[in-house]
Design a protein around this ligand. Structure first.
Ligand code: ATP
Ligand code: AMO
Length: 429
């Protein structure tokens, strides 16, 4: 019976494994095949004089990255990875790989990111690349686990929608029969409507689509957003859930992904502890202005400002109390100073990870705010009606899953944390 490669130990007398030919070395009388599966790498040692002609013929056919299976005797040796090797009695080529390969999976020949993404199925076979997605899996599972434990209900909201939510980024229009429709930028309006529907606490991990014009290392056109919304809550409650869920996800990755972290060379992986420090927007622009990035009240934090403040903070932190003019129409302004609102961003020293706020839950004020942003309230009727028939105060946030993974693993480009990224120039594979 086939066993995972990680379970092949010197104590196994015999083993059967299957996987891809990672490397091949021919030393005359001896051939070594390194066989890789999702759990590790095993050296298969073939003493040419001692194995059957069938095994020899199969070894000859087994080009790099072919899928093979083999069965034989396991021996302890300190010359092979993992301190063991397998000497095959049978060896079969299940699916031969053509040569030359479009990409070197053993990473001896480096490749540009574009070449890697063009041949992503091969790129993902690299233990280093694969590890990113195992960690992403652990982190997102931890997020779900935490939110589940805190009584959030998982929901799925529509991705084909009729209205924009996030001013600033563009929409992708859609051919939808005879109606005007778009790909959703954020579950924002739907998660808020569910507060009126009495769900109390919801979360969604799903795709968001943004027609960002520029190619940057931290923007995608299709990203994954972790969204929450909670009733009878203010922005401080929402921030508490956010810092705790992020810290929990880091903790789970540290506990359960030590092998993957080691493959990525992240041996000093640090778990941020909640609560995270909080500074106001006003404090943030003062820090930035002192260090040469002059900003005045009402400016968005520029990339340069984010960098300066990030260096000063040196850890995850929140920026609170934003100018109302910089935030979307659904944000609640402070009663006594309406030019400032109950919004926050959660920042990693490298970039913004999340935005959130307490929302305006008063119908008449919300209508005014929509108008104030130059939008037509009629276009938001489906969203506004729930505010007329019993809407609790509520707050929430959206956290970019790829930015979480990118900053957690110190990836240089956000595309490295997406299986098949979508950007300005890439809709395939
Ligand atoms: P959000 O979705 O909240 O807008 P973000 O991280 O993209 O998240 P922004 O507030 O859009 O944050 O941008 C912060 C800064 O990043 C901007 O002031 C701008 O300098 C830069 N920036 C944002 N989007 C782009 C882009 N598409 N191309 C180049 N620079 C950008
Ligand atoms: P915002 O527009 O700030 O807020 O988005 C929330 C988070 O989603 C991630 N993100 C992206 N990641 C990669 N590529 C993109 N193009 C991209 N756009 C956004 C970022 C960002 O911080 N409705 C609000 C959230 C809320 O208030 O609940 C919203 O969408 O990590």
């Amino acid at each position: 019976m086939r066993i995972p490669i990680k379970d092949v130990t010197p104590e196994c007398e015999r083993a059967e494994v299957a996987g891809w030919v990672h490397e091949e070395r021919d030393l005359g009388g001896l051939t070594f095949l390194l066989v890789r599966d999702r759990t590790g790498i095993l050296q298969v040692t073939i003493p040419k004089k001692k194995v059957s002609p069938e095994v020899l013929a199969a070894v000859k056919e087994a080009s790099r990255e072919s899928v093979i299976s083999c069965e034989g005797v396991v021996k302890a040796t300190d010359k092979a990875p993992g301190g063991r090797e397998l000497v095959p009695e049978t060896l079969k080529v299940i699916s031969r790989a053509d040569t030359p390969l479009p990409l070197d999976v053993s990473e001896k020949v480096p490749a540009e990111l574009d070449t890697r993404l063009d041949n992503r199925y091969l790129d993902l076979r690299k233990p280093r690349v694969n590890s990113i997605f195992l960690i992403r899996n652990a982190a997102l599972r931890a997020v779900s686990e935490f939110l589940w434990d805190h009584h959030f209900t998982q929901v799925q909201t529509p991705k084909v929608v009729a209205a924009a939510t996030e001013g600033g980024t563009e929409l992708f229009p859609l051919a939808y029969f005879d109606k005007e429709a778009f790909l959703n930028q954020s579950p924002q309006l739907y998660k808020q409507m569910l507060m009126s529907a009495g769900f109390d606490r919801v979360y969604e991990i799903g795709p968001i689509f943004r027609a960002e014009e520029h190619n940057t290392v931290r923007h995608l056109n299709e990203a994954t957003s972790i969204d929450i919304e909670m009733s009878f809550a203010d922005e401080k409650d929402a921030m508490k859930v956010l810092e705790e869920v992020v810290s929990y996800a880091y903790g789970k990755v540290a506990d359960t992904c030590s092998n993957e972290l080691a493959v990525l060379g992240l041996n000093d992986f640090e778990v941020p502890t909640a609560p995270f420090p909080k500074i106001t927007y006003q404090e943030a622009i003062e820090i930035a202005s002192k260090k040469g990035e002059a900003l005045t009240f009402g400016d968005d934090l520029t990339t340069a400002a984010e960098k300066i403040v990030g260096e000063e903070m040196g850890t995850m932190y929140f920026v609170t109390e934003w100018p109302s003019s910089t935030r979307p129409f659904y944000t609640m302004a402070f009663e006594d100073r309406p030019e400032v609102c109950r919004a926050f961003d959660m920042m990693h020293p490298r970039m913004e990870l999340s935005s959130g706020a307490q929302r305006c839950h008063v119908h008449s004020k919300l209508v005014e705010q929509i108008k104030g942003k130059g939008l037509n309230p009629d276009a938001f009727e489906f969203y506004l009606n729930p505010f007329r028939y019993g809407m609790p105060p509520h707050a929430g946030w959206g956290l970019g899953a790829e930015r979480l993974v990118m900053t957690m693993l110190d990836l240089q480009n956000i595309r490295e944390g997406v299986l098949f990224p979508r950007d300005r120039h890439r809709v395939s594979p």
